[in-house]
Design a protein around this ligand. Structure first.
Ligand SMILES: Cc1ncc(COP(=O)(O)O)c(C=O)c1O
Length: 415
């Protein structure tokens, strides 16, 4: 009898499993009602065996495709050999991984962490200690300029400079020392700089804000502004980095170099949390034993996976695929000309479609696409983002575009 009741309440095993999850998991996310059990490449499957095209790739963490075979092999081999040591000892994996990071970024020294937020925290510490030790800012007076609409993670210090009320509510008191300015307004940023400013910390393209791309030349202007005022330029490329925008790093679109670069997500090859702060000797050389650390940061398993991820990205020309197919997808989406769509913006395989809330919510669009086998996720109320694995093919992009067109047509018809 109980079984019959359960069958009546939950029409599918997925519904039952989602309900089960809700009984034990804190409600800090609102996922789409899909429950994945398996994935390979650009596809994932749910409990009932339904196949989905993943146009989200875990916010860029799965840029190499799900369970990339080369990276999985390295993970397995390294796990059998030496997985965790802590930084109490040297290992044969840390040096090669950090060397590769310095080589691909063009920077001098790297510090390994795990999550993106930890690497951002590392950047804040690096900027402040440079401010005190090199720029000679009076003790505890260092300021960091950030952008309105930023997203850098969820620690209490990072949400202290978020401008999103939902991220901050009930979590104060907040860490001082940050000043938020409009993203992409170089004159206002210039006015915000004081003798106590140690760094400007920006995403080159704002991801969680809805794939906001600044004007051409903004990063160059920002670099010059920082140089003119003896201020560090720190780029958070946790989401935009490693090929996502059609260049290895978004700052390369404007031929500039940051003083420090924050990386995460894809650096873990879609298998592990791996992040790092990479920077110039002047900035990174100030860390001394005891000033910073992490038990898991730089563990041999993470290093082996991160090194293989960077190698696979180079050898399999994923950055070029991102540039070519991103341009194609952007053009196709822009050509849709629907009154539901206010704007389509992006770079490489990182595209946000901004829907007019007068007609439809981004959540509804994502749910309808999900029903038709394409996974994405809304950001804020209006933007549907597309950030598929960089291994995607043109035919698979067309598969996604067909579903987007169908959903938009159906929603238009229902108005
Ligand atoms: C630009 C940026 N920085 C930092 C983070 C935080 O990364 P994590 O969730 O791994 O802490 C994110 C996550 O979305 C991000 O997009």
């Amino acid at each position: 009898m109980l079984n019959n009741l359960i069958k009546k309440i939950f029409k599918t095993p997925t519904e039952k499993a989602i309900h089960h999850e809700s009984q034990f998991v804190a409600y800090n996310y609102k996922p789409l009602p899909v429950l994945l059990t398996r994935a390979e490449g650009v596809y994932a499957w749910d409990m009932e065996g339904k196949k989905y095209l993943d146009m989200m790739s875990a916010y860029s963490a799965v840029s190499f495709g799900h369970s990339n075979p080369r990276i999985v092999n390295v993970l397995i081999e390294q796990a059998k050999k030496l997985a965790m040591t802590s930084r109490a000892y040297h290992t044969d994996k840390l040096g090669p991984f950090m060397e590769k990071l310095c080589q691909v970024t063009g920077l001098d020294l790297a510090l390994p962490m795990n999550t993106g937020a930890e690497a951002v925290e590392t950047a804040i510490k690096a900027a402040r200690q440079w401010g005190y030790m090199v720029k000679k800012i009076p003790e505890n007076q260092a300021e960091i300029i950030v952008a309105e609409g930023n997203f850098h993670g969820r620690t209490t210090t990072i949400i202290s400079f978020s401008t999103e009320p939902d991220y901050r509510k009930n979590f104060g008191p907040f860490t001082p020392g940050f000043k938020a300015v409009p993203f992409g307004d170089i004159d206002v940023i210039a006015k915000a700089i004081t003798p106590n400013t140690c760094a400007v910390l920006f995403e080159p393209i704002q991801g969680e804000a809805g794939i906001k791309v600044p004007y051409d030349g903004f990063l160059r202007d920002l670099r010059k502004l920082c140089d003119d005022n003896n201020v560090l330029l720190i780029m958070d490329e946790v989401q935009s980095g490693l090929g996502r925008t059609g260049k290895m790093f978004a700052f390369q679109h404007e031929n500039i170099m940051p003083d420090a670069l924050i990386l995460g997500k894809a650096l873990g090859g879609g298998l592990l949390p791996v992040s790092a702060l990479v920077g110039t000797k002047e900035v990174m050389g100030l860390f001394v034993p005891g000033s910073h650390g992490s038990t898991f940061g730089g563990n041999p398993l993470a290093c082996a996976v991160g090194l293989e991820a960077l190698t696979v990205m180079e050898e399999e020309d994923m950055v070029k695929n991102s540039a070519t197919l991103g341009e194609y997808m952007l053009t196709q989406l822009r050509g849709m000309n629907s009154r539901l769509i206010r704007e389509v913006r992006g770079k490489g395989l990182w595209i946000g479609v901004d829907f007019d809330p007068k007609y439809v919510s981004a959540r509804t669009v994502c749910e309808k696409m999900m029903e038709k086998g394409v996974l994405s996720k809304e950001t804020h109320e209006t933007v549907v983002r597309f950030a598929p694995p960089l291994t995607i093919t043109r035919a698979q992009i067309d598969e996604a575009l067909t579903v987007v067109r169908e959903v938009v047509r159906e929603l238009e018809a229902a108005l």
